[in-house]
Design a protein around this ligand. Structure first.
Ligand SMILES: NC(=O)c1ccc[n+]([C@@H]2O[C@H](COP(=O)([O-])OP(=O)(O)OC[C@H]3O[C@@H](n4cnc5c(N)ncnc54)[C@H](O)[C@@H]3O)[C@@H](O)[C@H]2O)c1
Length: 354
């Protein structure tokens, strides 16, 4: 598609809460034409075609690929199906896959997604949109400019489990700190009630979410190639009173604090020159980071432009997430690259340890 800039026919799979949000973006962006929606649940398809009357609805994904002939597929299903749906789309010859985070639930599947997309010339993006928010663009510039000296530590936290919300935290920390060298982590999971159905939505219920097991709390230390460290606290390991996606950045000459993003707080800074905490301006920009990312996705397909949320980048996020679980499983510091193709939390459960 590199010689064309035609409007991209888009099909969505997974017509739940996030899927509808993504479909609204696709409808509003001139780069795309939303043509179809697919879900295993009939009622979700009916809802979707009512909400987006110009689309055709499907319960059979292969049929949607064959009949609707989309240029791009947008995936917003349970995390356990991201890999197979991506690979099927690449094999069907679509030009691009825009997949929800987390990429998938184990390294073998993540690598298979990247390999299939590379083999078939399919652009792959994973929706870790948060690093494109103006606040994270500003943070990166402040760090690069040396505004608080050399960065020694990023301490960050969020609600939820590692794969649902922690993956955003890992991606934004990687955006600020670069590639990771080693990971040390610990998790705990309350014994699920055997009578409780495996939860696929919020809140975390019975230790399951989005089709796979999740933990209740996790903490991790990550060291990066540049010597920077990160300390992450997720779910019930986040201190009381802390907000969703909360960041403290410690430099040799100052500190930056972002108190989560729920109430859109200011970016607070303290420097050697100005030791009192004071607000630092946030660059203006599009607050709809998903729309920003989707526009870049279209340019990736049309012109081969790099995308900051590429499949390769998502694989690095997944590797850190999996290394946290693997560190908890082995009770060891994990040097990257991670040599564990499976989902270590599943292995802990199989071993009767969690
Ligand atoms: N980027 C973000 O900020 C963000 C925010 C929320 C959710 N998400 C991600 O979006 C995805 C969907 O989350 P949600 O909250 O909308 O979940 P949801 O449960 O509301 O919707 C998922 C839908 O997918 C359907 N589905 C499941 N497996 C399928 C399959 N194999 N084929 C077709 N349809 C299938 C389900 O029937 C359901 O309708 C998850 O991967 C989640 O992690 C991302």
């Amino acid at each position: 598609m590199s010689d064309s800039t035609g409007v991209l026919r888009a099909a969505l799979v997974g017509c739940g809460g996030m899927g509808k949000g993504l479909a609204q973006r696709l409808e509003s962006l001139s780069e795309f034409e939303l043509v179809a929606g697919c879900d295993v649940a009939d009622v979700a398809v009916q809802d979707f075609t009512k909400m987006f009357p110009k689309t055709s609805g499907y319960v059979d994904y292969a049929r949607m690929l064959a009949e609707a002939k989309p240029d791009v597929v947008v995936i917003a299903t349970n995390n356990t199906s991201h890999a197979s749906l991506t690979i099927q789309a690449a094999e069907a010859g679509v030009h691009g896959v825009y997949c929800e985070k987390p990429m998938t639930t184990c390294m073998a599947d993540g690598q298979a997604m990247v390999d299939a997309c590379r083999k078939h010339g399919t652009a792959l993006v994973v929706n870790h949109q948060r690093r494109l928010l103006p606040v994270f663009v500003t943070l990166r510039k402040l760090i690069d400019s040396g505004a608080i000296g050399k960065i020694e530590l990023i301490r960050a936290g969020c609600a939820g489990d590692i794969l649902s919300d922690g993956t955003h935290l890992v991606d934004t920390v990687r955006h600020l700190a670069g590639d990771a060298k080693w990971v040390f982590g610990q998790i705990y999971r309350q014994r699920p009630n055997p009578g409780e159905p495996h939860s696929q939505g919020y809140p975390v219920s019975g230790g399951w979410r989005y089709g796979h097991p999740v933990e209740d709390g996790a903490m991790a230390i990550i060291e990066f190639e540049n010597g920077m460290r990160a300390e992450l606290f997720t779910g019930r390991m986040q201190a009381k009173g802390r907000r969703y996606q909360d960041y403290e950045i410690f430099g040799t000459e100052g500190r930056i604090y972002r108190a989560g993003d729920a109430a859109d707080p200011p970016l607070m800074m303290q420097t050697a020159q100005n030791p009192n905490w004071h607000p630092s301006p946030i660059e203006s920009g599009d607050e709809d980071a998903i729309a920003t990312s989707m526009r870049q996705f279209a340019r990736m397909i049309w012109h081969g432009e790099d995308h900051p949320l590429s499949g390769d980048s998502a694989l690095k996020d997944l590797e850190i997430c999996m290394a946290i679980y693997e560190s908890a499983r082995l009770r060891e510091k994990i040097e990257l690259p991670l040599n564990q193709p499976r989902f270590p939390l599943e292995m802990l459960i199989e071993q009767g340890e969690m």
